[in-house]
Design a protein around this ligand. Structure first.
Ligand code: 13P
Ligand code: ZN
Length: 284
């Protein structure tokens, strides 16, 4: 008799996946993103790489409900588990109905099939932006082994800014750095910018992942933004700060500017916090 297995199944029947701390974090993040007006209708998607040991407290990770082909290869992520928002799902509904709006997948050994361990009870599937998410996870993990979150959303002011500001990523970042003193502290590494591209396919996934080797933030012009982080708070905080700075930019862009933060002052901020601004992005 396998006592370990029996013990685990008894514990799992008591512990409910939808109330696991990592699912609660996701429910809360989606609710906040919706409340801020970033995620209209089904806009936005989030993926959270889970600790399998932690997940095993809630379900048997060797058993799956169904397999879903991904349409791209993510061999480096084979065996990894992710909590992901579903395609076509409304962020406003995630918190009250996690079982239908979220899913936990485990990447099969072939690296191109997702095994559904929990969620999407109505037959749903992962976000159409899974290529951008998993490819970005691979990029971030290659530079930061602690990265866990990839977050995509449509923040209003940032989106508006991509219509009226130069899309050169150095210039885009420099404008945002100047909007709030704390911007340099939050994203000294800058922001990558992609031109308008069709979303939901491998091509935009690859382009995003390429930028993610260098940046934790990647803007999709006329669409939205991606943020990466070790925690949900880090990814959310990055995007929240960019969005606030973009709001300030839109409030002042048409007015004569009498005071600003100079490049010398941006350097003072970076030095003061022991940080390094992206190489060559300050005119000093
Ligand atoms: P999904 O509903 O497939 O997650 O797509 C939403 C979105 O924001 C596409 O970029
Ligand atoms: Zn989107």
């Amino acid at each position: 008799m396998n006592f370990d297995k029996i013990k685990r199944s008894i514990t799992q029947s008591v512990l409910d996946v939808k109330n696991a701390p990592f699912v609660r974090e996701m429910r809360k993040a989606c609710a906040n993103m919706y409340r801020l007006g970033w995620d209209e209708r089904n806009g936005g998607n989030v993926s959270y790489m889970l600790d399998e040991k932690e997940l095993e407290k809630y379900l048997d990770t060797s058993e799956y409900i169904r397999e879903i082909p991904m349409g791209f290869k993510a061999e480096k992520l084979a065996g990894k588990c992710f909590l992901v928002t579903g395609t076509g799902k409304y962020f406003k509904n995630v918190d009250e109905d996690p079982e239908n709006n979220l899913g936990i997948i485990k990447i099969a050994p072939d690296g191109e099939t997702a095994r559904l361990l929990w969620g999407w009870e109505d037959g749903g599937r992962f976000t159409s932006e899974l290529p951008a998410h998993l490819m970005s996870h691979m990029s971030r993990l290659s530079v930061d082994s602690e990265n866990r979150i990839i977050m995509h959303t449509h923040p209003t002011n940032l989106l508006a800014m991509t219509f009226v500001h130069d899309l050169n990523e150095r210039e885009f970042t420099r404008t945002l750095w100047r909007m709030i003193t704390e911007c340099m502290v939050v994203f000294p590494d800058g922001i990558g910018v992609l031109p308008w591209m069709l979303c939901g396919n491998n091509e935009i996934g690859e382009a995003t992942a390429e930028k993610m080797k260098e940046f934790r933030l990647v803007v999709w012009a006329n669409h939205g933004i991606y943020g990466a982080g070790k925690t949900m708070d880090e990814a959310f905080g990055l995007i929240e700060t960019v969005e606030k700075a973009a709001e300030l930019y839109l409030k002042i862009a048409h007015l004569p500017v009498k005071n600003t933060i100079t490049d010398a002052q941006l350097k003072i901020i970076a030095d003061g916090f022991g940080l390094k601004a992206k190489e060559g992005w300050l005119d000093l």
